[in-house]
Design a protein around this ligand. Structure first.
Ligand SMILES: Cc1cc2nc3c(=O)[nH]c(=O)nc-3n(C[C@H](O)[C@H](O)[C@H](O)COP(=O)(O)OP(=O)(O)OC[C@H]3O[C@@H](n4cnc5c(N)ncnc54)[C@H](O)[C@@H]3O)c2cc1C
Length: 298
């Protein structure tokens, strides 16, 4: 497989890197190298690449805003969708969006086209592929509210359309398996008033600025909220705010955010998360569940 990838390297527009520092592409800006990293240019090249790598271990990276790569790196292939997946198209009251589009750009596109219901995306710093996989949401709205279906590829290079029901979108979760690559997302649309849409987007922005340490290196909410409870409140009441491990600490602004102070390792961050889980468990007998995805070798 590696030999063939090396052969392809010059024929494809996609970029293929070996022993690539993938940690620097995540929002935490820490973690190890990927054995192979491929920035996939477009659908046609995705099919060629999948045909080559199908039986190998691979993982798909979006914008890395919810992903921690362990310091020993990922012993496999990491794929990231590139320019050819950064598209918008309105077709018969549906909006088709490439999976590498940034959530903020989708929100701005919707505003420009007077489409309502996409304001919350302006508060999430990921890609649309990642938003679907995680059923991302904030301030009372989530991806599930506007999605119709997705286009996915699997490791056998088969392309399928899955409708919303098949995705089983739940709280920060979906049934989309690890070997499925979301290439395009189809949304339902309804039209609204630009002034109201803009106002909602500004509200999302100000709520984020006042409540989250968005200028730090973080991965957003680290743990899922247990049913009818807030993880941040449990963490704060367990005395974790400001707690640190190496160069990682629990944000003083929002207790469910772990922050890389600059030189934190992925191990610092993971261990700090484990310390938080233990403290919350000791105080409330509730086991927090990671929202952040962690991959790589121990
Ligand atoms: C400052 C900050 C604030 C945040 N606030 C929020 C918030 O308010 N609400 C919220 O829900 N989240 C929030 N997050 C978390 C994160 O932004 C979301 O989970 C986001 O949807 C992740 O998208 P991503 O493209 O960065 O995915 P990644 O972090 O790269 O990956 C996350 C998961 O999605 C999968 N994935 C990514 N792209 C694809 C694809 N094309 N096909 C298949 N699988 C894919 C990955 O394999 C991985 O399992 C925040 C993060 C930060 C850093």
């Amino acid at each position: 497989m590696i030999e063939n990838l090396l052969k392809f390297k010059n024929d494809l527009k996609s970029k293929i890197y070996f022993d690539f520092n993938i940690g620097k592409l995540t929002w935490f800006r820490t973690g190890g190298n990927a054995k192979i990293f491929i920035l996939v240019e477009n659908n046609r090249e995705l099919e060629i690449i999948l045909n080559e790598i199908k039986n190998n271990n691979f993982y798909i990276l979006g914008s890395g805003s919810n992903l921690l790569i362990r310091d020993n790196g990922y012993d496999g292939i990491i794929l990231k969708l590139g320019k050819g997946f950064n598209s918008f198209c309105i077709k018969q009251n549906k909006l088709e969006v490439g999976a590498s589009v940034q959530d903020i750009n989708l929100s701005n596109f919707a505003l420009k086209n007077k489409i309502e219901g996409f304001e919350f995306f302006s508060g999430i710093p990921g890609s649309i592929g990642g938003a679907v996989k995680m059923n991302a949401g904030c301030f009372g709205s989530e991806t599930k509210d506007v999605i119709e279906s997705i286009e996915v590829y699997d490791n056998n290079c088969e392309r399928n359309i899955l409708n919303k029901k098949e995705l089983n979108l739940g709280y920060r979760s979906s049934d989309i398996k690890k070997n499925k690559i979301i290439s395009k997302v189809i949304f339902n649309i309804s039209y609204g008033t630009p002034e109201i849409i803009k106002e909602k987007m500004l509200k999302v922005k100000s709520q984020r600025l006042s409540s989250q340490p968005i200028k730090n290196k973080t991965l957003g909410s680290t743990f899922k909220n247990p049913k009818n409870l807030y993880a941040a409140k449990l963490i704060e009441e367990s005395g974790c705010k400001g707690m640190s491990c190496g160069n990682a600490y629990v944000s003083n602004k929002h207790a469910n955010f772990l922050v890389n102070e600059g030189n934190a390792t992925a191990t610092d961050l993971e261990n700090l998360g484990k310390m938080v889980i233990e403290k919350v468990y000791n105080k409330f007998s509730i086991k927090l569940d990671w929202e952040v995805k962690i991959i790589g070798e121990y």
